[in-house]
Design a protein around this ligand. Structure first.
Ligand code: SF4
Ligand code: SF4
Length: 419
C-alpha cells in the first residue's frame, strides 16, 4: 500500500479516535519537511521522516496497522520530538501535538519504556519535586508568596543546575521565586501521559499566577501551550523585553575572560573577545519562535559565532538521551565537531536538557569549551540587575536592541544536507 492509498483510506466508524482529526488531516504529503528532519537525514528512510510518521499515524487511526506494529513503535520512539518539521511546513501541521497524541496512545502499560518510569514518578508529585529542590541551593525561597512575575524553578534543573535560577533572579530581581511549585508537566506530556502533563501545567499555573518566566525552553513551550503564550516567557525573552541589554563583557585583569570561569582562556591575549556559541532549545525555537532573543543578548557579551547546527536538536530531546543513548550521541556528534572547529570559549544553552547533553559530550571529547546557561553567562558578565526595574514586578518597556548579530532578521540557515 502506498502513501496515496493510506491517505484515501477513511477511518472506520469504530475508529479508535487516537488523533485530533484536524491535526492529522492537515498534512498534504508535500515532503518539504524531510530535509529538516534529523532522523530522516541520518537514515534516508521515509518512515523515519515527518511525512512517513504522519502516514504511520494515519494507518494506526484507520486500523491498517495495530498499535504493536514494530515500525509504529520504533518510529514513535526514534523521533526526537524536536519539531523542526513544524517550522518548515507550508500546511501548518502541528507535529508536536500529533506526537504527543501518538505516544499517549502507544506508550501505555507494557509498551511504556521502563526507563521512563522512575523519571515520571520523580516529577509527578509537586511534593517530591519540592523535596528534590531542598537538596541544592536554588533561588526558591520557602514561604515566599508569588508575585506578578514568577520564576519557574523547574524539576531537574533545580537539582542539577541550581545556580541558573539564582543567577536569573539576581539579574531580574522583580521575579518572585516561591519554593512551593511543582513540575510543568512537559516530561509527562511528551512521554505518553498527555492528560497528566496538562494537569501539572495547570497546577503550576495556579501556584504561580501572573506571568511565569522559565529558564528552560522546553518547559516554557509546554507551559505556553497549556496556559497561553501571554502568560509564559522564556528567560532570554524576558530579559530582552524588560531590560537594557547588558554592557559588553570586559576581559578580566589576568587576561582571561571572566565568563570562562575555569580560566580556560588564560593563555589567550588580554584583548581577545570571548568566543560564544549557542545551542537553541528545539521547542523554544520551533514551538515558541524564540531564537533572536538569546542571540541578541550574547552578541553584547563577546564574539557571537553562529554554529551551522545551532538550530538543530542536540539529541537531548527530553527523555531521548535516556531512552536512546546511542542515537542521542549520534545526533550530538556534529555539534561537538562544530564546537571544536569554532574553538569556542563557551557554548550557551537555554534548556536544562541541552545543558546536560552538551556537558557530557564535551567531557567525553575533552574539549576546552565550557557549557553555560545564558543566565549564568549574563551574571558573570557585568550585566548586573536592571536599574529600571523597581523590584515589584513593574517592568521597563520593550527596548530596541542595537547590537544585533548580522543575519538575525532571518532564522539561521540549516546546513546543507544530503538527499
Ligand atoms: S508535515 Fe507539512 S511539510 Fe511535511 S509532508 Fe506534511 S504538509 Fe508537507
Ligand atoms: S519532530 Fe524532529 S525528528 Fe521528529 S519528525 Fe519532526 S523533525 Fe523529525
Amino acid at each position: 500500500m502506498n502513501i496515496a492509498d493510506i491517505r484515501r483510506k477513511k477511518p472506520p466508524p469504530e475508529a479508535p479516535g487516537i488523533f485530533t482529526p484536524e491535526l492529522l488531516d492537515r498534512c498534504i504529503s508535500c515532503g518539504f519537511c524531510l530535509p529538516a528532519c534529523p532522523t530522516y537525514e541520518s537514515t534516508g528512510v521515509e518512515t523515519s521522516s515527518p511525512r512517513g510518521r504522519i502516514n504511520l499515524m494515519r494507518a494506526l487511526e484507520t486500523g491498517l496497522l495495530p498499535a504493536d506494529d514494530p515500525t509504529v513503535l520504533e518510529e514513535s520512539s526514534f523521533c526526537l520530538g524536536c519539531r523542526a518539521c513544524e517550522s518548515v511546513c507550508p500546511a501548518g501541521v502541528q507535529y508536536g501535538e500529533l506526537l504527543e497524541e501518538w505516544r499517549d496512545h502507544l506508550w501505555n502499560g507494557r509498551r511504556r519504556p521502563w526507563r521512563l518510569r522512575p523519571l515520571l514518578w520523580a516529577v509527578d508529585s509537586p511534593r517530591r519535586v519540592r523535596a528534590m529542590g531542598t537538596v541544592r541551593r536554588n533561588a526558591g525561597r520557602g514561604g515566599e508568596a508569588p508575585g506578578p512575575v514568577n520564576l519557574m524553578l523547574g524539576c531537574f534543573e533545580r537539582v542539577l543546575y541550581p545556580r541558573v535560577s539564582r543567577d536569573a533572579r539576581a539579574l531580574a530581581p522583580e521575579l518572585a521565586a516561591p519554593a512551593a511549585q511543582g513540575c510543568c508537566g512537559a516530561l509527562h506530556a511528551h512521554n505518553g501521559e498527555l492528560a497528566r502533563g496538562r494537569e501539572l501545567a495547570l497546577e503550576l499555573g495556579e501556584a504561580l499566577p501572573g506571568t511565569i518566566v522559565s529558564t528552560s525552553g522546553g518547559c516554557a513551550a509546554h507551559l505556553a501551550g497549556v496556559l497561553g503564550r501571554e502568560r509564559v516567557k522564556e528567560f532570554s525573552q524576558w530579559m530582552v523585553e524588560r531590560s537594557p541589554v547588558p554592557t559588553r563583557l570586559e576581559p578580566s585583569k589576568n587576561g582571561a575572560d571572566s565568563a570562562t570561569g575555569n580560566g580556560a582562556a588564560a593563555s589567550k591575549p588580554a584583548t581577545r573577545r570571548l568566543r560564544i556559541g549557542l545551542q537553541d532549545s528545539c521547542h523554544l525555537r520551533n514551538g515558541m519562535g524564540v531564537f533572536r532573543e538569546p542571540r541578541e543578548l550574547l552578541a553584547t557579551l563577546g564574539e557571537y559565532i553562529e554554529l551551522p547546527s545551532a538550530a538543530i536538536c542536540c539529541g537531548a530531546a527530553g527523555s531521548y538521551s535516556v531512552l536512546r543513548p546511542k542515537d542521542s550521541a549520534r545526533v550530538l556528534d556534529p555539534h561537538l565537531d562544530e564546537i571544536a572547529a569554532a574553538d569556542l570559549d563557551v557554548i550557551v544553552v537555554v534548556n536544562a536538557g541541552c545543558y546536560r547533553q552538551l556537558e557530557q559530550g564535551i567531557k567525553r571529547r575533552k574539549l576546552r569549551t565550557r557549557v553555560i546557561h545564558i543566565a549564568e553567562l549574563l551574571a558573570e558578565s557585568d550585566a548586573g540587575p536592571n536599574e529600571s526595574s523597581n523590584g515589584h514586578g513593574e517592568v521597563a518597556p520593550a527596548i530596541v536592541v542595537t547590537q544585533v548579530h548580522a543575519g538575525l532578521e532571518q532564522a539561521p540557515q540549516l546546513p546543507a544536507r544530503t538527499p
